[in-house]
Design a protein around this ligand. Structure first.
Ligand SMILES: [Zn+2]
Length: 274
């Protein structure tokens, strides 16, 4: 697959079965914006319609050529940069929403579970439950091309924020490792370019998180073994610009919750201790 330029609302063919439409919602949380993917040609599954943006939905319909071809709408999870456009797209199609559970504010979804498949004459798409970024997060594996639509489980070019309680660091790491059980040659992320070396990417994310975890423990030791999140945040995230520390505090809490589950630290709900 070629690394086609990221251009807003312009359908880009990235493989024989996949078209990408990028939403104009770039930010420090969403990178270049949300990638909406169309899978198939005659019967199309739309993955992550994106934010509530009529212009973007128009672009998705244009990419499908005929709204009648859109047969399924899938969401990887219910965050505001992935799911709100479901409503707009459903107003233009008869396509049901398939998700792990109903995203808030949308019509009831048809539930799709771990290892459920959508199969057409053109493709087979398998759902993989990957809790961690969000408890209801799904990835979708396009089995014909061994391409994984990773939503926010794996982003290209930025680190995923884990916000407890729906976000869960231990589950996140386990969900990353579990992807190695599948044949995956490419990752089509919710944000950023196609990732060509999935195993190396997965390993480097796990390594990065474990390095951060080690930093959490050493920062805790440095302040005498007892601290709240604010006490250790600047040390643990000294490589991250301070304007991002508000978001980093969530991931730090997620690390501490994991360490508590692992029996390494204790907590009274506010103070964390060794
Ligand atoms: Zn996202």
């Amino acid at each position: 697959m070629l690394k086609a330029p990221l251009e807003y609302d312009k359908p880009i063919t990235i493989s024989p079965l996949i078209t990408r439409v990028l939403a104009d919602n770039s930010s420090f949380m969403t990178g270049p914006g949300t990638n909406t993917y169309l899978v198939g040609h005659n019967e199309i599954a739309v993955i992550d319609p994106g934010p509530y943006d009529r212009h973007h939905v128009k672009a998705i319909l244009h990419a499908a050529e005929s709204s009648g071809r859109i047969k399924w709408i899938l969401t990887t999870h219910d965050h505001p940069d992935h799911a709100p456009a479901v409503k707009l797209l459903q107003a233009e199609t008869d396509a049901p929403l398939l998700s792990f559970n109903s995203p808030s504010g949308n019509a009831p979804a048809r539930q799709i579970k771990h290892h459920d498949r959508i199969e057409t004459g053109e493709f087979s798409l398998q759902a993989i439950h990957t809790p961690g970024h969000a408890s209801n997060h799904l990835c979708f594996l396009l089995e014909n091309e061994n391409t994984l639509f990773s939503g926010d489980h794996i982003m290209q070019g930025s680190t995923v924020v884990i916000i407890p309680p729906s976000g869960h660091m231990k589950n996140y790491l386990e969900s990353l490792s579990s992807l190695k059980d599948y044949t995956i040659e490419k990752i089509a992320p919710g944000h950023g370019h196609i990732i060509d070396d999935p195993i190396a990417e997965i390993d480097s994310i796990i390594e990065h998180r474990l390095e951060r975890e080690a930093k959490v423990l050493s920062a805790l030791k440095e302040v005498g073994g007892r601290a709240n999140i604010e006490d250790i945040l600047p040390n643990v995230y000294d490589d991250v610009p301070s304007f991002m520390h508000g978001m980093a505090a969530f991931s730090l809490e997620a690390h501490l919750i994991k360490l508590e589950k692992d029996g390494v630290v204790g907590s009274d709900g506010y103070v964390w201790f060794l």
